[in-house]
Design a protein around this ligand. Structure first.
Ligand SMILES: Nc1ncnc2c1ncn2[C@@H]1O[C@H](COP(=O)(O)O)[C@@H](O)[C@H]1OP(=O)(O)O
Ligand SMILES: [Mg+2]
Ligand SMILES: [Mg+2]
Ligand SMILES: [Mg+2]
Length: 327
């Protein structure tokens, strides 16, 4: 079968996450933006809703009929006591789409409520790492296209990520399966340069990263694993799929996401874009048992537990160390 080109979807996905980043940056630069608490006690902000509205509207226009599995829905914004939050979301969306009405914004957000597997579906995390966003640290806008349960296209904007090479802040990572992984400044998204994972083959020299939040990944377990691998430097802690980006561009070798409680099932929007970026950069991503992440089950990574992402060469050794310390 001839290789299907995804160049249109790739260009679209990069533009969409870059536009959404503008809303997020604008909101982050203003004081006192509203924060709501979801049923699971996790935070959601005006920026999460605004980002989801503009990306879902863009998908609906460019690829009508494609379902979207996105994190947020509009239920909280429809409550009468949240009218001021809705007004703020609409005001921010209008900076990108001047004619947007409240009803339209609510319906664009709800384009993302699909939860079932489909032959072709987008998955969106409008702000991944909302806690990092609130701390003015790392967060990401993550969009991926799944075809027959496989991630084929990824765009991952990291608006607060910097680089040692220049003063630039804010990068967009992107990949199409089989075509490599790339990075561009958010300020010039067409300037895509290839990235690759580090060629480190000595585990004791590896740099590893993990969540800031100890509720999202078990820090004491990861420190046991680091010790077992002979790694003496501390982990770099950062929020969001920026961790996949950092491993993808060769600035760390290992990203560990180790389950903190048995019942938590990872969501596809937290991993799809980052996973393809690392794989196309030459790295490897599995769960803590060494199984590939299975994106074919709808919104949840129901077949997997936790995540191990590496530069590739160290993968088997890291999986073995995690297994050894799996208590
Ligand atoms: N117990 C948990 N284990 C792993 N990930 C979690 C847990 N609770 C929330 N998350 C998700 O972790 C992501 C942030 O990861 P990180 O800490 O690496 O930045 C969020 O998308 C959040 O999802 P959500 O906010 O939808 O509940
Ligand atoms: Mg997330
Ligand atoms: Mg989110
Ligand atoms: Mg969230």
């Amino acid at each position: 079968m001839p290789h299907r080109s995804y160049s249109e979807e790739l260009r679209f996905a990069i533009d969409a996450v870059v536009e959404a980043s503008k809303i997020c940056r604008h909101i982050q630069s203003t004081e006192g933006f509203a924060e709501l608490s979801k049923n699971d006690k996790s935070p959601v902000t005006v920026a999460d809703f605004g980002s989801q509205a503009v990306v879902c509207k863009a998908i609906q226009e460019a690829f009508p009929g494609d379902p979207i599995i996105a994190e947020e829905d509009s239920a909280a914004l429809r409550l009468p006591d949240q009218i001021s939050v809705l007004e703020r979301v609409v005001k921010e969306v209008k900076t990108i789409i001047p004619a947007a009405s409240s009803d339209e914004v609510l319906s664009w957000i709800d384009q993302g409520v699909s939860r079932d597997a489909a032959p072709r579906t987008w998955t969106l995390d409008p702000i991944d790492g909302t806690k990092g966003f609130l701390r003015k640290e790392q967060y990401a806008v993550a969009l991926a296209l799944l075809v027959d349960g496989q991630v084929q296209v990824a765009a991952l904007a990291c608006p607060n990520l910097d680089t040692a090479e220049s003063d630039e802040v804010g990068f967009v990572f992107s990949a199409v399966r089989g075509e490599g992984a790339f990075v561009a400044p958010i300020s010039n998204p067409n300037d895509r340069q290839p990235i690759s994972t580090s060629d480190c083959t000595v585990a004791s020299q590896a740099r590893f990263c993990e969540s800031v939040e100890s509720g999202h990944s078990d820090h004491s377990w990861s420190s046991d694993i680091a010790n077992a691998l002979g790694i003496s430097r501390d982990s770099v802690r950062l929020d969001s799929q920026a961790k996949y980006a950092v491993v993808g561009r060769g600035e760390a070798e290992i990203y560990l996401r180790l389950p903190t409680k048995p019942g938590y099932i990872e969501k596809i929007w937290d991993h799809a874009a980052g996973c393809l970026v690392i794989e196309e950069a030459g790295g490897k991503v599995t769960d803590i048992h060494g199984y590939p992440l299975d994106f074919s089950k709808g919104a949840l990574l129901a077949e997997n537990q936790g995540v191990i992402a590496t530069n590739g060469t160290l993968h088997d050794e890291v999986v073995a160390a995690v297994k050894k310390f799996n208590n």
